[in-house]
Design a binder for this molecule. Structure first.
Ligand code: FAD
Ligand code: SF4
Length: 459
């Protein structure tokens, strides 16, 4: 897939990957063997009929192709851009043994973008919507409008339920709108997919914090018969080192929310300034860290460092994103850990780091970083961004009577996705801890099926 060239793209926030054109998509699709027993589908958490939609693309039946994808996936333009296909469907593709699996993610994105380009009328919805067969029409509340909540809401609406989706922020999408930057996932794409879900009949209530604006008891009194909690993992972890409260030290959540949700990258056209200075250190090496580093570069920082305590092999970010970051001149300081931040007049000036070596594997199976004595050194730094992970926001959890959570604060669910409270289901990052878009969507899909069964039995 063509990309913007690195020298150009570090000066803008436009999308980096440019997508396939019709000829390129059809040519890639023709390589597919249309296997009778397709192993790729086993790698897809939302069970898309991959060979069928690829065959439709190779026959240039693009409208039919997107309809086929949307039978199972309510957010194809999002998934085609951010899902780790290399670890899922593409890894399972029979052709991966020969080193060149079908580029399933790019084809999914192509089909979704074709719909975006060819219809402001949501054709896939209008022509494909099931008749409302469910005479129950019970009210179901979904809390949180990230990929998990959106998927559950869409599937329940397709079954005929009366779904309300509550979101505490002023925009729907969860991490898709406040976390992942415009150059990886344009917000117009997320809006298009949210509009599709609304067009299925889902009522969206924004600026609505469940636990505060309304409690779970209020929802019950209001006639909601079941509920799906999909509140994600939005609480940042901090480094826990001296100097962390200085000005110029951000959590990744705050940094990315300012830039993406509050449109800081368009300052002064929008009101949220984000000043990064010359030298920026991003601590961590997941997708979140890569996003922060690449945003900082685009905001004008001269030197942007990824500071990571292990080696490249252990980095949790997608390979593609690590490559993009390298192409954009991000500097990787590996086997390095920050130990102290120094300031002047309340603002960060320097950061002390130590060098590590790898020891024996820890409980995660990865080799443990071990500090090398006497290896301390100082870096001149204007901004530090902590991207070492996120946990569940405890705000709602503490207010639901009888809700069981584990030692990390994640909701405990049974094999059906139901929590310890009858009729209350949960899924996505709030259950698994910070994971991926497609796993959150898979949990939303499963929950919709189980809520349907629960409500039918309840009747
Ligand atoms: P979220 O997306 O977190 O959505 C939860 C929503 O619930 C939020 O909108 C929140 O405001 C709302 N909420 C919380 N509490 C309440 C309440 N009490 N009342 C009402 N609403 C509430 N995954 C990938 O697969 N590929 C990637 O490239 C990728 N990149 C990422 C980059 C970043 C910067 C981040 C942070 C994550 C990334 N991820 C990526 C992970 C992925 O985005 C998450 O796993 C996924 O969004 C989880 O979905 P979710 O629906 O569980 O929660
Ligand atoms: Fe096509 Fe690969 Fe799936 Fe076979 S496994 S149907 S070749 S994408």
């Amino acid at each position: 897939m063509q990309k913007q060239n690195p020298e150009e793209r570090i000066k803008n926030f436009s999308e980096v990957a440019l997508g396939l054109n019709e000829e390129e998509a059809a040519a890639e699709a023709k390589r597919c063997l249309v296997c009778k027993n397709p192993s790729c589908v086993k790698g897809c958490p939302v069970e898309i009929d991959i060979p069928s939609f690829i065959k439709l693309i190779s026959d240039k039946k693009f409208k039919e192709a997107i309809l086929k994808v949307k039978e199972k996936n309510n957010l194809p333009a999002v998934c085609g851009r951010v899902c780790p296909q290399e670890d899922q469907c593409e890894l399972n593709c029979v052709l991966s043994k020969k080193g060149r699996p079908i580029n399933i993610g790019s084809l999914e994105r192509f089909a979704a973008d074709w719909e975006l380009a060819h219809s402001s009328e949501l054709i896939a919805h209008r022509e494909n919507l099931q008749p409302m067969t469910n005479e129950l029409r019970a009210k179901v509340a979904i809390i949180g409008s990230g990929p998990s909540g959106l998927t559950c809401a869409a599937d329940l609406a397709k079954m005929g339920y009366n779904v309300t989706l509550f979101e505490s922020l002023h925009k729907a999408g969860g991490v898709l709108v406040y976390g992942i930057p415009e150059f990886r996932l344009p917000k117009s794409v997320v809006e298009f997919e949210v509009e599709y879900i609304k067009s299925l009949g889902v009522e969206l209530k924004l600026n609505f914090l469940i636990g505060q604006t309304m409690t779970m008891e209020d929802l019950k009194k209001d006639g909601y018969k079941a509920c799906f909690i999909a509140t994600g993992a939005g609480l940042p972890y901090f480094l826990g080192i001296e100097g962390e409260s200085l000005n110029g030290v951000y959590s990744a959540n705050e940094f990315l929310t300012r830039i993406n949700l509050m449109k800081g990258y368009k300052f002064p056209g929008h009101d949220t300034p984000v000043n990064v200075g010359k030298n920026v250190a991003v601590v961590g090496a997941g997708n979140v860290a890569m996003d922060c580093a690449r945003c900082a570069k685009r905001l004008g920082a001269k030197n942007v460092f990824i500071v990571y305590r292990r080696t490249e092999q252990e980095m949790p970010a997608r390979k593609e994103e690590i490559e993009n970051a390298k192409e954009e001149g991000i500097i990787f300081k590996l086997l390095t850990n920050p130990t102290k931040i120094f300031g002047e007049n309340g603002w960060i000036k320097k950061m002390e780091c130590v060098k590590n070596e790898l020891g024996d594997p820890d409980e995660s199976g990865r080799r443990r970083p071990v500090r090398i004595k006497g290896s301390e050194y100082i870096m001149d730094i204007d901004t530090v961004i902590s991207a070492i992970g996120q946990g569940p926001n405890p705000l709602l959890l503490g207010r639901v009577q009888g809700l069981k959570i584990n030692k990390y604060g994640n909701i405990i669910v049974d094999e059906k996705g139901m929590t310890s409270v009858d009729g209350v289901f949960a899924g996505g990052d709030i259950v698994t801890g910070a994971a991926t878009v497609i796993l959150a969507m898979g949990a939303g899909k499963r929950a919709a099926r189980e809520i349907d069964t629960y409500l039918r039995n309840d009747k």
